[in-house]
Structures are given as C-alpha cells and as structure tokens.
Design a protein around this ligand. Sequence first.
Ligand SMILES: NC(=O)C1=CN([C@@H]2O[C@H](COP(=O)(O)OP(=O)(O)OC[C@H]3O[C@@H](n4cnc5c(N)ncnc54)[C@H](OP(=O)(O)O)[C@@H]3O)[C@@H](O)[C@H]2O)C=CC1
Ligand SMILES: Cc1cn([C@H]2C[C@H](O)[C@@H](COP(=O)(O)OP(=O)(O)O[C@H]3O[C@@H](C)C(=O)[C@@H](O)[C@H]3O)O2)c(=O)[nH]c1=O
Length: 287
Amino acid sequence: MNRVWVTGANGQLGRCLQALKKEDPSFCFTTREQLDLRDIAMVAQFVEQNRIQTVINCAAYTAVDAAEIYAEAAYELNRDVVANLGRICKRFSVRLIHLSTDYVFDGQAYRPYPTTAACGPINVYGRSKWEGEEALRALALPNSLILRTSWLYSVYGSNFVKTMLRLGQLQEEVQVVADQVGRPTCAEDLARFIVTQLLDFESSQTETYHYANAGLCSWYDLAVHIMQNSKSACRVAPIPASAYATPAARPYYSVLDTERTQKDFKVRLPYWNSSLTRCISQLQATG
Ligand SMILES: NC(=O)C1=CN([C@@H]2O[C@H](COP(=O)(O)OP(=O)(O)OC[C@H]3O[C@@H](n4cnc5c(N)ncnc54)[C@H](OP(=O)(O)O)[C@@H]3O)[C@@H](O)[C@H]2O)C=CC1
Ligand SMILES: Cc1cn([C@H]2C[C@H](O)[C@@H](COP(=O)(O)OP(=O)(O)O[C@H]3O[C@@H](C)C(=O)[C@@H](O)[C@H]3O)O2)c(=O)[nH]c1=O
C-alpha cells in the first residue's frame, strides 16, 4: 500500500483531494492545526511513524498581496518549510509532489511558458514559491515532481470565482483587469489528475510539470463568464491593471504550456470554461 500524506488539507486543493480520497485508507490528511509544517521535528516524526511513501504538499502561503507585507511568513512557508520537507523526504526515501504557481514567471512572454522557461517572479509570493522550487531541485529527489498550476478555483475556500459570484449579487457593476492573461484551473480537475497519474511517478530526480485547464483568458473574460453563467445582471467593465492598484504586481501573461504533461501522461486537459460552468452549478446548487 502506497501511504500518501496530503498537507494543507483545509485548503482548496486539499479539500478537493479529500473529496476524492478521504475514505481511502492509504491516504491521510493534515491541517495546519493538526500539524504545523514549520515544526520540522514533528514533520519527520509524522513521516516515519506513519511510514509515509508519498507526500502531496498542498500547504502554502497563498495570500499574494499580504505576502508583500508579511514577506517573512511567505518565505518561511513557501521556501524554508518546502526545503525542510524535501530533506525529510530524501532521508526517508519518500516521493514528493509539490505544488507551485504560474506566478514564478515574469509575464513578459507572448507564448505559453514551457517548464524549461526561465523564471523571473515579480512579487514576493512568486519569488518565495520559486525559491522553494529551487531548494527541491537542488535536492534532486527521485520520483518527485514540482507541479505548477494557475488561477485555481473550487467550491472551497476563497478564490476569484467565488468573489465574482458574491460581487455579482451585490453590485451593478464590477471593474476587472483585462490585461492579465492566464489559464483558470479547476482544483477538482487538478486533484483528479494528481491521484490518477502521479502516485507512481518514476524519475531519477525532481521533475517539473505544468497542469492547467486548456484555453486561456483574462481576469475580465473570466468575470464575464461567471456573471453570464450565474445569470447575474452585474456589468463587467474591463480596466487595465494600472487602474487597479494592488500591493503585489501580477504577471501580464502567465499562461502555462502544458504540452509536456499531455505528452508524458497521455492526458487531455478539460477546457477552462466547461470546468468553470460545472463549478458554478455546484456552487449554486449548494447555495
Ligand atoms: N490558489 C491558487 O490560485 C493557486 C495555488 N497554487 C498552489 O497550489 C497549492 C494549493 O493552493 P490552494 O489549495 O489554493 O491553497 P490554500 O491557500 O487554499 O491552502 C493552503 C493551505 O496551507 C495551510 N497552511 C498554511 N500554513 C501552514 C503551516 N504552517 N502548516 C501547515 N499548513 C499550513 C493553510 O492552512 P489554514 O487553512 O489553516 O490557513 C491552507 O489550508 C499551493 O502550493 C499554491 O501555491 C498555484 C497556482 C494557483
Ligand atoms: C476582486 C477583483 C480583482 N481584480 C483583479 C486583481 C488581480 O489583478 C486579479 C486577480 O485577483 P485575485 O487577488 O483574486 O487573484 P490572485 O490572488 O492574484 O490569484 C493568484 O493566486 C495565487 C495563489 C496564484 O498562484 C496564482 O495562480 C493566481 O491564482 O483580478 C479586479 O480587477 N477586480 C476585482 O473586483
């Protein structure tokens, strides 16, 4: 039995993985309250005592704007904790599936970023995630991978889709940035990909893959789709990022090239708009 440990179990992806695997006795899930990953001794003990063979690290500091102010906390979780987790995985010969982000890129490209493209994060969150990636690559963990994804949403937690649904009920108009483009990704699709494709992944070192839903759009396009699908009368007005001040800069173009993933795992990636329509229906059905 492959003993799998999912960290960040209360997060969006963690909860999607729970929805798929909670009843599977080979899986265990921990929240921050149950096991704070900053406690290295506890992490090592947990891995050893539970004879963990695979870790899916969904825990992260994901508050992009807050990271600009609380940079230390972001680096602690996204870089230092990841490096420690990697060392523990190496010591106990554990496979690590680590999640990362499109925000490791600078957004100046004009075609999708392959996994081999140079990174150049433009905010603290992106830099802290990238430094976490680099720490893992330096460890060269066998059978392990860094899985970058982008613009995650789900029925759980807070995300752009749920924010727009809420604003769509409250406001007559919402202004949304139209010059930042990416690939919205349904966390449920991602969770399914992880459990069906990655648990017996083999490699001699830590590999990098991209998983995102197919197609691409701007935040504005995404908001329009959300309002239309939820039958909201709220107007969506396109604005440039320069007109929407945020503490963190966001990349203009952070489209992940998923070709390597499609080729190596022989998978087709669902289109962002069909997965999004399904998620909106789920959210509306549950009120
Ligand atoms: N959200 C997105 O749009 C994207 C996310 N990603 C990456 O995907 C992964 C999953 O993201 P997502 O599910 O959205 O993230 P969430 O922010 O929803 O979940 C992260 C989880 O990490 C937990 N956590 C925070 N600090 C600690 C700690 N010290 N010890 C243990 N757990 C801790 C949080 O616990 P608590 O609930 O108690 O705060 C939270 O449940 C992350 O690596 C993220 O960087 C990549 C691209 C896009
Ligand atoms: C709420 C709102 C946001 N925006 C803009 C701000 C920003 O440019 C863009 C997205 O804003 P958010 O803060 O929701 O999304 P953000 O936190 O930037 O999302 C990112 O999260 C991290 C964790 C990732 O890894 C990324 O892949 C990405 O998903 O939309 C508007 O233009 N109008 C609005 O009313």
